[in-house]
Design a protein around this ligand. Structure first.
Ligand code: ATP
Ligand code: MG
Length: 213
C-alpha cells in the first residue's frame, strides 16, 4: 500500500516545554517515509503565513502581554487559518499530517492552566476550525525539570512567553494533558518521553500501529 491508497490521517504531538515534540515529529515523518508515506509536517501556533504572523504575536513580548482570554482567541484564529488552508485540504487529498501541538495545547495552557472552561476553548475551536480533531494525539511526558533542562541545553538562556512561566503553571499543564488521556483514551495516548529519542520513537510507533497501513 502506498500514500495514494491510504486514507489521510491527522496526528498531533503534545506535551510540555522541552518534552521532545519537535524531535519526535521529525522522527515520525522519517518512519512514515520509510513506509512510502510522505507526511505533511506542520506546527502550532503557525503552519500558514497568517498563523505564523499570529505566532510571533503570541510567543514574543512579556509574560503578561496577553490575558488567557486574548491568547485563547489568538490561538483559535491561528488554528482556524491553519486548518482551513493547510490541514483539511491535505487530509482531504489523502495525505498524513503530523502537527507539533494542536487543540489540546489550547485546552491545557489557556484552558486548565489559564482558568478558561474547557467548553469555552472547545466552542472557539468549533467556531474557528469546525471542531476538527486529530485521529491520534501522542502526549509526551517528562518531568518539568527534565523538560526545562532539555530546552535550556537547546536554547541557552532564551525563554518564550510560555517557557518563562513558573512551575505551578507547568504542573497544571501536565495534569491537564494526563486528564485528556484519561478522558479520551482512544484518541489521546500518553508516551513516557524520559527515555532516549530512539525509545520514545518506538513507543510512538506502537501507539500508531492500528492506523498504519
Ligand atoms: N528523548 C530525549 N532525550 C534527551 N534529549 C532529547 C530527547 N528528545 C529531544 N531531546 C533534546 O531536547 C531538546 C528539546 O527537544 P525538542 O525541541 O524536540 O522539544 P519540544 O518538546 O519540541 O520543545 P518546545 O516545547 O520548546 O517546542 C532538544 O535539544 C532535543 O535534541
Ligand atoms: Mg518544539
Amino acid at each position: 500500500m502506498n500514500a495514494a491508497t491510504t486514507p489521510g490521517r491527522f496526528i498531533s504531538l503534545e506535551g510540555g516545554e522541552g518534552a521532545g515534540k519537535s524531535t519526535q515529529v521529525a522522527r515520525l515523518a522519517e518512519l512514515l517515509a520509510a513506509r512510502g508515506i510522505h507526511a505533511l509536517v506542520t506546527r502550532e501556533p503557525g503552519g500558514t503565513e497568517g498563523a505564523e504572523a499570529i505566532r510571533t504575536l503570541l510567543m514574543q513580548g512579556g509574560v503578561n502581554r496577553w490575558s488567557a482570554h486574548s491568547e485563547a482567541l489568538l490561538f483559535a484564529a491561528a488554528r482556524a487559518d491553519h486548518v482551513e488552508k493547510l490541514i483539511r485540504p491535505a487530509i482531504g487529498a489523502g495525505q498524513w499530517v503530523i502537527c507539533d501541538r494542536f487543540i489540546d495545547s489550547s485546552r491545557a495552557y489557556q484552558g486548565v492552566a489559564g482558568g478558561i472552561d474547557d467548553a469555552a476553548v472547545m466552542a472557539l475551536h468549533g467556531f474557528g476550525s469546525r471542531g476538527m480533531l486529530p485521529d491520534r494525539t501522542l502526549i509526551l511526558e517528562v518531568s518539568i525539570e527534565e523538560g526545562r533542562a532539555r530546552a535550556a541545553r537547546r536554547d541557552g538562556a532564551a525563554a518564550d512567553r510560555f517557557a518563562a512561566r513558573g512551575n505551578d503553571f507547568h504542573a497544571d499543564v501536565a495534569a491537564a494533558f494526563r486528564r485528556f488521556a484519561a478522558q479520551e483514551p482512544d484518541r489521546c495516548r500518553l508516551v513516557d518521553a524520559s527515555a532516549s529519542a530512539d525509545i520514545v520513537a518506538a513507543a510512538i510507533h506502537a501507539q500508531l500501529a492500528d492506523l498504519l497501513p
